[in-house]
Design a protein around this ligand. Structure first.
Ligand code: ADP
Length: 766
């Protein structure tokens, strides 16, 4: 898991320290020098620590306290963190002056919090800096001292208890002692009892404070409880803990007990100044101050607060304040409980500092995670073997084509990819390296192996275009930028790849090109139409004049009819061509499709009758009524589509053939998104026109919708392309199919509400 030499200690080691874990030779020597004890197995260490202090114990007596260093690898493996927690809890049970410090290789905050709760005193990330080490020792020295004192009280309490027991039995045995002696003995018994009770109460309170604070999930409640207990215990009128919201920020009450809110401002205004400029008389003991609260009338009346500044590493975190009803009361309490209050001060300072530090770490982590998870760019991080260490949400969506959930900060670092180390490192690898989630990256400027090439770039910063090839076959044009970051383990570096999806900008580019071309086409067509129509009009006027001169009975007037007919056809073609090239925006209104279908059939009826073709409107599906066939659409233009399709069908049908129009509503049209190529669920109408004609040539179906594609001698080849244009402008789709000896033209029209969400699709088809 981790390199043993990672944890070689260089700093001074306190006397009698206990080291648990796989330490290197240098550490063994260092420990031996300070009469330290090194254990590879935490179980063995625990057994000996339990026996510590007994005559049989091989641990050298420190007569003070012990600092226990735990090497992270002593608790390796999947169950390691739980084992460490259990170990720490067992140690706490011993109630000995021990402090534990975990030396680790950068554990995540949530895990550290669990360890702290289990009773860990400190944690240092390796490799460790000298100042961190020294600061830890200073903190430990203070805390060890406090633990040692508590331990002594505990021991002396035990001794006193024993003494009392002896005294009692002595009293029983010596019952004939004089009355006076008895009284005296009883008095001293009571006094001893009193002392014992106070000492025990102090101790248990302190023990509770430390324990509850370090394991507190809900600080507000625990702090309130502590302030209440403290107030009751020392007989104060109220208590408050005030803290800085941020380093350098202002002070505000974090929790209070029996302290009026309205009095706060006055206390806070002066607090820092009064403590900093503490005149001799305001100092009760080192680190304990009387504060002029301005609560009552000035002078002696107002001086009723004891302030205990909470400090950590020369930084003031806040104050513990105790309120008293009178100055006399305050002096009395302080003389009695001063050492106790000072211990409370140390405990609170430490707990507040570590809680604030953990909060800050968590905040920063959560903030970073949020930012990374919500940016539009895809960010992914690969380790040296090409395995994905992290991939943000956009990244996962880009690489898989599926929507990815937002990651919680706790899940932030995890391995999502597989990576193929062999492919990455073997020079003759045939495939492009697999980078993540089965998607592959190809860069235009790097033909070979990607990972080594990217790492070899100067500072590993690369910028270039390429393609992400997704497992579902979709290729996505991308812009890639890379950089390096330090990995979890020393000397390891991770590759950070930032990928921008170029699909939208490419689409826009294509869009612009198309519209440029279209503009040219429109202009050209308009000029052409003008140039052709003018002489055409002249031609038809001349023909009419000629017809008049010839008279209706002249056989030559047949030629003139041919001329006028052809002129009309050219004119019609020009109108259609202009219709096709002119930009079209549908005029959307609520449209009933059933009557629309009827109208279209009526208009085509004469043409069908000429040919003996039967025209049918298919019956509605069982679960549908004409009211279901409503849609927001451009009715006139859709009628044009129906007419074009019906005319084509009648033309294609054989003599005495059959043409059927069907309209139905669907829950899901199965339209495909132009951008992702994935089908999306959209409700709408399906229109089908079927005929029993010979159909089109196999494989030609995509050509049918091209402008000027026609197989008819008198066709313009514009009918279907106009249909396509109208349908696309509605966000729909049109296609030709051959089903059971019938030619079927199918139109899919989405519900207009759904269409508003797909502007790209509409534009692309246009
Ligand atoms: P036009 O009808 O002027 O030829 P269209 O764009 O409407 O122009 O049709 C293009 C071509 O598509 C037709 O010439 C024909 O070859 C083919 N086509 C259209 N509808 C059918 C159909 N129902 N059956 C077979 N072929 C068809």
């Amino acid at each position: 898991m981790m390199d043993k030499t990672l944890f070689s200690l260089t700093g001074p080691l306190p006397q009698g320290s206990v080291l648990v874990g796989p330490w290197d030779e240098a550490t063994h020597r260092l420990a031996a020098k300070r009469q330290g004890h090194v254990f590879g197995d935490p179980g063995v260490a625990m057994t000996l620590l339990k026996a510590d202090g007994s005559a049989a114990s091989p641990l050298t007596d420190t007569s003070h306290g012990r600092l226990i260093f735990i090497h992270q690898d002593a608790f390796a493996g999947p169950e390691g963190s739980d084992a460490l927690i259990l170990w720490l809890e067992n140690l706490a049970e011993l109630r000995r002056p021990y402090l534990t410090t975990l030396l680790h290789g950068g554990l995540e905050g949530a895990l550290l919090v669990r360890f702290f709760r289990a009773g860990l005193f400190d944690a240092l990330a390796m490799p460790m800096t000298q100042p961190n080490w020294v600061n830890m020792l200073i903190r430990a020295e203070k805390r060890l001292d406090y633990r040692h004192q508590s331990h002594l009280i505990l021991e002396s309490a035990g001794q006193t208890r024993q003494l009392l027991r002896d005294l009692r039995s002595q009293l029983g045995a010596d019952s004939r002692r004089s009355m006076g002696d008895l009284m005296g003995a009883q008095e001293s018994l009571e006094a001893a009892n009193q002392q014992l009770t106070t000492a025990m109460a102090e101790l248990s309170l302190l023990y509770r404070f430390g324990r509850e604070l370090s394991s507190a999930g809900n600080w507000d409640e625990v702090l309130r409880d502590i302030l209440q207990n403290l107030t009751d215990f020392v007989g104060a009128g109220g208590a408050a803990l005030i803290l800085r919201s941020a380093p350098g920020g202002g002070y505000s009450p974090r929790q209070t007990w029996q302290w009026e809110e309205s009095a706060w401002d006055k206390v806070l205004v002066n607090l820092n100044d009064q403590v900093d400029a503490a005149v001799a008389e305001s100092i009760m003991a080192p680190g304990v101050f009387r504060v002029n609260s301005n609560l009552a009338t000035p002078g002696e009346q107002g001086r009723r607060i004891i302030a205990l500044p909470l400090e950590h590493q020369e930084m003031r975190l806040g104050y513990l304040l105790l309120l008293f009803v009178s100055p006399e009361e305050r002096e009395l309490v302080s003389s009695r409980y001063l050492p106790f209050l000072q211990t409370v001060q140390v405990v609170l300072s430490e707990e507040v500092a570590s809680a604030q530090m953990l909060d800050r770490i968590r905040d920063i982590g959560a903030f970073n995670a949020r930012v990374l998870e919500t940016v539009r760019s895809s960010i992914w991080v690969l380790d040296e073997g090409g395995r994905t260490v992290y991939c943000n949400r956009s990244g996962q969506e880009l690489l898989t084509g599926h929507a990815a959930p937002l990651m919680a900060p706790e899940d932030f670092l995890f391995k999502v990819g597989r990576g193929n180390v062999q492919d990455m490192l073997t020079e003759n690898a045939t495939r492009t390296p697999e980078l993540i989630l089965d998607a592959r990256l190809k860069l235009d400027d790097i033909p070979g192996l990607l990972l080594p090439a990217l790492r070899a770039e100067a500072d590993a910063t690369f910028r270039g275009e390429g393609q992400v090839l997704r497992e579902d076959g979709v290729g996505i044009p991308v812009l890639v930028q890379t950089s390096m970051m330090p990995g979890h383990v020393r000397d390891e570096t991770w590759l950070v790849v930032v990928v921008e999806d170029l699909r939208d900008s490419r689409l826009l580019e294509a869009e612009r090109l198309k519209s440029d071309q279209l503009e040219g086409l429109v202009e050209m067509s308009a000029t052409l139409a003008h140039e052709i129509r003018n002489p055409l009009m002249g031609l038809s006027a001349q023909a009419e004049l000629l017809a008049e001169q010839l008279g209706p009975d002249d056989p030559k007037s047949r030629y003139i009819e041919v001329i006028t007919g052809e002129v009309e056809r050219i004119n019609e073609t020009i109108t259609r061509m202009l219709n096709y090239v002119r930009p079209y925006q549908p005029r959307l209104t609520d449209t009933a499709f059933y009557p629309l279908g009827r109208d279209a059939l009526d208009l085509v009826a004469p043409r069908a009758a000429d040919k003996g073709v039967a025209l049918e409107f298919a019956e509605l599906a069982d679960d549908q009524t004409t009211a279901d066939l409503m849609l927001t659409a451009d009715g006139n233009q859709i009628k044009q589509v129906l007419l074009n399709l019906l005319i084509n069908a009648v033309d294609a049908a054989p003599e005495a053939g059959r043409v059927v129009l069907t309209i139905g509503a669907r829950e899901n049209l199965g339209l495909r998104d132009a951008r992702t190529g994935l089908s999306q669920s959209t409700a709408g109408l399906v229109i089908e026109v079927a005929d029993n004609g010979p159909g089109f040539k196999a494989g030609e179906d995509h050509k049918l919708f091209r402008p000027f594609y026609t197989t008819k001698s008198s066709g313009t080849g514009l009918g279907l392309s106009i249909c396509h244009k109208i349908v696309a402008a509605h966000g729909g789709d049109i296609m030709a199919d051959r089903i059971a000896d019938h030619t079927v033209f199918r139109v899919l029209l989405p519900d207009n509400k759904a269409m508003e969400q797909m502007p790209l699709k509409m534009k692309e088809n246009f």
